[in-house]
Design a protein around this ligand. Structure first.
Ligand code: ATP
Ligand code: MG
Length: 270
């Protein structure tokens, strides 16, 4: 089969996964009004795994990603059917606290969206909301550790009181990642987090993803296939609202099972 020329480092460490299913989707359909945008997706996301979602524009990557922390709830005409679980618990259950869910399953968007507040306040906002901090020293600690993990601490430690919106695009994106990890999520969803960034900022974020996957489960949407190959353990290919296939990333790029996947990764459409 024609495969994309892509290098896979044999030294790439396999993620030590627990073999536990962290999130599962069963027959998930998403409707915007009468339009069915996602046609019955089944997927298991394993704990501490990085899964990349790829596919042509409009195929439903963002829509499906948003199902995983109920961000679709915020879109009036949007309706989700089927089942999505986090640690075997139905996240669409009426008794579930959505604010709590979004702390457990955090999200980083395509366009960095820091709050119009200081760098410091951007980080402590979530921990305060969830009662994770009680004192100034708790807050200082969470600010430092989150910024450290997001690879931003050195650049901003002397200006924590400046507005987050005054940072460069790549710095703002790392601030948003720091903000997401400040509430100790279990899963992080990223929707094209590097699409507005230059190659240096992109590689910083990719290194960060590699580091974070030891502690978190990550689903990332990307149009950059090299990026998918570099950062992910598994890759899911979507096409016109269907999940066509999901496999080990190397398998998807070197030995895709479906013609549509092959056409996409070899650049014949999309
Ligand atoms: N808020 C919305 N209202 C109505 N239809 C929507 C909405 N968001 C997405 N859709 C539709 O759902 C389908 C999937 O869109 P989605 O944004 O999930 O695709 P995508 O794969 O993320 O695309 P891209 O790569 O361009 O970001 C498209 O047909 C789109 O028009
Ligand atoms: Mg999208």
């Amino acid at each position: 089969m024609g495969a994309m020329q892509m290098t896979f480092s044999d030294e790439k460490k396999p993620t030590p996964t627990s073999g536990k299913v962290k999130m599962a989707a069963r027959d998930v359909k998403v409707f915007y009004g009468d339009n069915e945008a996602i046609h019955g997706v089944n997927m298991d996301i394993m704990e501490n795994e990085v899964v990349a979602f790829i596919g042509p524009s409009g195929c439903g990557k963002s829509t499906f990603l948003r199902c995983l922390n109920r961000m679709n709830d915020t879109i009036d005409i949007c309706r989700v059917t089927g089942k999505v679980t986090l640690d075997e618990r139905d996240i669409y259950d009426k008794s579930l606290d959505v604010v709590q869910l979004r702390a457990q399953v955090g999200m980083v968007f395509q366009k960095p969206n820091p709050f119009p507040k200081s760098i410091y306040e951007n980080i402590v906002y979530g921990p305060k909301l969830h009662g994770l901090v009680n004192s100034k020293s708790d807050m200082d600690e969470i600010v430092e550790s989150s910024l450290q993990r997001a690879g931003l601490w050195k650049e901003v430690k002397d200006r924590l009181d400046s507005p987050g919106t005054g940072l460069s695009g790549g710095q703002q994106q790392r601030l948003c990642i720091a903000r997401a990890i400040a509430v100790s999520p279990e899963v992080i969803l990223m929707d094209e987090p590097c699409s507005a960034l230059d190659p240096i900022a992109t590689s910083i974020i990719e290194e960060l993803i590699d580091e974070l996957k030891g502690s978190y489960t990550i689903a990332i949407v990307t149009h950059n296939m090299q990026q998918a190959a570099r950062v992910s353990d598994k890759t899911a290919f979507f096409h016109m609202g269907d999940l066509v296939e999901i496999s080990e990333t190397r398998e998807i790029f070197t030995n895709p099972k479906d013609r549509r996947t092959e056409d996409y990764i070899t650049g014949r459409f999309g």
